[in-house]
Ligand binder design. Sequence first.
Ligand SMILES: [Cu+2]
Length: 150
Amino acid sequence: MRIIVTCLLLMMAGWVQAELKIEQAYVRGLPPGQPNTAAFMSLNNTGSQPLTLTAISSPAAQSVELHTSRQHGDMVHMEKLDSLQIAAAETVVLQPGGHHLMLLGLHQPLAEGDSVILQFSFSDGSQTSAKLAVRSVLNEPAAQQHQHHH
Ligand SMILES: [Cu+2]
C-alpha cells in the first residue's frame, strides 16, 4: 500500500527517477559557526544513457553547488561547475581534493549523527534524492589517512 502511494506521489510530482546509485555518501560535519560545508559520494550511473547532473538542492542549505578543486602552485582553489556528466555504467567519485558538493548557507549546524537530504536534477528531467549521514571532519577517511601518514 505504501509503495502504491509513493508511486502516485512521484507521478503527481511529474518527474522520473534517475538511474543513479549513490554510495559512500556523507556530509562533512564542521564546528558550529561555519556557514558552508562539503558533501562527498560516489555517483554510479546504472542506466544505458549518460546522465548530466545540472542542479542539486537541500532543505538543509540555502543552495548547493557543484565544485571542483584545482591546484595553483601551493594554493588549492575551488571552482564552480555548471554540470557534471556521468557516462552510462560509469561512476564519478566526489571526494576531498576533487569534485565535491558545497552546501552553502546551512540553516543550522550539522553534527555527527545528523542526516541531510539532497535532491539531484539531471538534464533529461530525471531526479533522485539521497539521505546523507553527517560525519565529523575528524572522522573523515582523508583526514584519518593524513594523520596516519604524518
Ligand atoms: Cu567547494
